[in-house]
Write a protein that binds this ligand. Structure first.
Ligand code: NI
Length: 388
């Protein structure tokens, strides 16, 4: 296998930096990645790599085929930006007010183009490689939309790999997890339906504020007393809305939050627990409590053989690899791909963490110095998967 970090010559590294900074300056929100997709298509055309566009929205899938092998693999990057006003002050800062690549998807997209460039000129592999450029990763369902649009039927792939840059991990170091990498997440909405009254006549009310206060406290028992301490779970109530006047007990209160878990069994138990506690509080205080927990995003969990493969491929390509980094409770759309095919989602270090160098922070910027490592890692995953 010839894929190695040394294969990224200074000319390619400079091109990747230019591409990344162009994308950074022109961010587009989820479902609106029209120009980003057009930029990707233009670079693919320059590289002579065929592609199909408008898959699950603005998704693009490029394909390289070589030799007679029927083996196949997919590599994925996300393309969308966030509704955050950039405060980096860098020359390539966002030109679009209130929109910013604050999660590094500009870098992910560029890395996948870099992997395509490396693989297009590397003669030492055989099989089919699909490059999946996904729209709408930031909570807008882009992965599901691509799958619903026939991703795995139109572009058959045995396995799929991807990465997220990770501030706080040394620049270019590849972290590979066994099992869960990112959490399953779901939104929680709870409506407590009471009865309004004058504040001086509380006995005529059914006070949804008091019931909500008990509910908020009781929900904290789900993690502390209903979940195995060795299992990961988060229940966070983040908004409470009720009341408009200081002398009226309101008729309803609304609480919203999120739950995060790494295992399906824990997710189901926590969701069931929220319903149970809400019903109990409703009975205690004599009012109706409605709970809504729509299906959120899937856990992103690596399959063991593919995690081992990714770690071996990265090390073989000259990259530093760590396998001892704890997983995150943040969510990631890649979990839907891993629900369909075996694969691995790795983290690649973006360099030291700081107040500004954190994902979804207005001071964040993707580290261009890791583009050669990221492109090499993705290309190496594909070559090793096809040879495996
Ligand atoms: Ni992201």
């Amino acid at each position: 296998m010839t894929i190695h970090l040394d294969a990224v010559d200074p000319a390619l590294a400079a091109r990747l930096t230019d591409w990344r900074r162009h994308l950074h300056a022109h961010p587009e929100l989820s479902m609106h990645e029209k120009e980003t997709a057009a930029f990707v298509q233009a670079r693919l055309a320059e590289l002579g790599i065929p592609f199909e566009a408008d898959i699950g929205g603005h998704g693009v899938v490029a394909t390289l085929r070589r030799g007679s092998s029927n083996r196949s693999v997919g590599l994925r990057a996300d393309m969308d930006a966030l509704p955050i006003a950039e405060e980096t002050g860098v020359p390539h800062a966002s030109t679009r007010p209130g929109v910013m690549h604050a999660c590094g998807h500009d870098g992910h997209t560029t890395s996948l183009l870099g992997a395509a460039a490396l693989l297009a000129r590397d003669p030492d592999w055989t099989g089919t490689i699909h490059f999946v450029f996904q729209p709408a990763e930031e909570g807008a369902g882009g992965a599901k939309a691509m799958i619903a649009d026939g991703l795995f039927q139109r572009f058959p792939m045995e396995r799929i790999f991807g990465y997220h840059n990770w501030p706080g991990l040394p620049a270019g170091t590849v972290a590979v997890h066994d099992g869960p990498v990112m959490a399953a997440g779901a939104r929680i909405e709870i409506v407590v339906k009471g009865h309004a009254s004058h504040a001086a006549q509380p006995h005529l009310s059914r006070d949804p504020m008091l019931a909500s206060a008990h509910l908020l406290v009781a929900l904290q028992s789900l993690v502390s007393r209903n979940t195995d301490p060795l299992d990961a779970a988060v229940v966070s109530i983040c908004t409470m809305e009720a009341g408009t006047a200081a002398n009226q007990i309101p008729d309803r209160a609304v609480m919203r939050g999120t739950m995060r878990t790494h295992r399906t069994e824990v997710r189901d138990a926590v969701a069931e627990g929220i319903h149970r506690i809400a019903a109990g509080i409703g009975q205690t205080f004599g009012m109706e409590v409605d709970v809504s927990i729509p299906p959120g995003i899937n856990v992103t969990a690596n399959t063991r053989p593919e995690a081992d493969l990714a770690a071996a491929a990265a090390a073989g390509a000259g990259l530093a690899v760590r396998r001892d980094v704890p997983p995150s409770m943040a969510g990631e759309d890649f979990g839907w791909f891993l629900a369909e095919r075996p694969g691995a989602f790795v983290w690649i270090g973006n360099g030291p963490a700081s107040a500004a160098n954190a994902l979804h922070n207005p001071g964040y910027d993707f580290n261009d110095a890791i583009l050669p490592s990221a492109a090499t890692a993705l290309a190496a995953f594909a070559v090793r998967a096809l040879a495996d």
